[in-house]
Design a protein around this ligand. Structure first.
Ligand SMILES: NC(=O)c1ccc[n+]([C@@H]2O[C@H](COP(=O)([O-])OP(=O)(O)OC[C@H]3O[C@@H](n4cnc5c(N)ncnc54)[C@H](OP(=O)(O)O)[C@@H]3O)[C@@H](O)[C@H]2O)c1
Length: 298
């Protein structure tokens, strides 16, 4: 079979850079492109890239992700996450290219107390969540060959994320107060990327066997931000003599411009059933990420 190109949108983001570390998928060549060459807010750049690269598969790991800032930047959040994704789906459909797209737990209202199924009703609470939900809808109607993977609480060795924030705060503070009444599943970008690459290989090798649609993909298990912080510093204690005391607080004690979902756990069983992919326990992933950070800094 002749080698084709796989196009990954996004270059420096947490997921995009984890995905972009791989050079081939099922023998096909991976090309990661970010702004300004492809800007989701400028659909002509998407169209040109697809025309030039002629990919066999597009994976969109780019998005407007500033949850709080989105409240006063609705136009740009919508342009990128809704319109841009819709146009990407149209260009892909026009060229018979499957689109894999990443979405978020923020499409739900966070009021559940059992894990969300992919088919559960959505009710996004803020501009970011609404823009991502609209992007899902537009992709579904633009390109039948789509896979949407919602994930949650993403972190990695680089970028802005909870684990990096805890590391930074831990350097200057004896105590850190962390919210204990929001539940979710910390998801290591490295694990998510590996899962997505295996799924991508299936799309490329046996597209007729793919059940197109919407899925969930996170590490396994669940915890609160407080539980995640305890685990982070428990792992760090293996490398550092002193770690801060973690104090549980409520959401009311840590207000944010956009309310965070109280419950974000996503049921990933249809991903496991359809693709045979199950990501490791979140505790195990946290340890591996911290080992990578420590290994790099020593
Ligand atoms: N982070 C989380 O906790 C989380 C949770 C659930 C779902 N997700 C979803 O997972 C996906 C990846 O998130 P992430 O954490 O990897 O995000 P991230 O680290 O914030 O990276 C976002 C990427 O999108 C790119 N981007 C932003 N605006 C763009 C535009 N107009 N055109 C093209 N690229 C643009 C950024 O490019 P630059 O490098 O040029 O800035 C960056 O590479 C997103 O779809 C997000 O909604 C994330």
């Amino acid at each position: 079979m002749p080698k084709k190109n796989i196009l990954i949108l996004g270059r420096n983001g947490q997921l995009a850079s984890s995905l972009g570390r791989t050079k081939t998928i099922a023998g096909h060549h991976v090309i990661s492109i970010g702004r300004p060459i492809i800007d989701l807010a400028r659909p002509e750049t998407i169209e040109k890239a697809i025309r030039d690269i002629k990919p066999a598969l597009v994976i969109n790991a780019a998005a407007y992700t500033a949850v709080d800032k989105a409240e006063c930047e609705q136009d740009i959040a919508t342009a990128v996450n809704a319109n841009g994704v819709g146009r990407l789906g149209q260009f892909c459909a026009h060229n018979d290219i499957p689109t894999i797209h990443i979405s978020t737990d923020y499409v739900f209202d966070g009021q559940a107390n059992t894990p969300y199924q992919p088919g559960d009703p959505i009710a996004p609470q803020g501009v970011y969540g609404r823009s991502k939900a609209e992007g899902e809808t537009r992709l579904r109607s633009a390109n039948e060959q789509h896979l949407i993977f919602r994930t949650a609480w993403v972190y990695s060795e680089h970028g802005n994320n909870f684990l990096k924030t805890m590391m930074r705060l831990g350097q200057d503070n004896d105590q850190i107060r962390v919210v204990n009444d929001q539940m979710g599943t910390p998801t290591y970008a490295g694990d998510f990327a590996l899962g997505l690459l295996k799924i991508s290989a299936k799309v490329l090798t046996s597209p007729r066997d793919i059940a197109w649609g919407t899925y969930h993909l996170t590490n396994s298990g669940q915890t609160s931000w407080f539980g995640f912080a305890k685990e982070i510093f428990g792992c760090f204690a293996k490398f550092q003599a002193c770690t801060p005391k973690i104090i549980p607080i409520t959401t009311k004690e840590y207000p944010t411009p956009v309310a965070r979902p109280a419950y974000s756990v996503l049921d990933c069983s249809t991903t496991s059933a359809n693709f045979g992919i199950e990501l490791p326990a979140w505790e195990n992933a946290t340890m591996r990420c911290i080992k990578n950070i420590e290994g790099r800094e020593r």
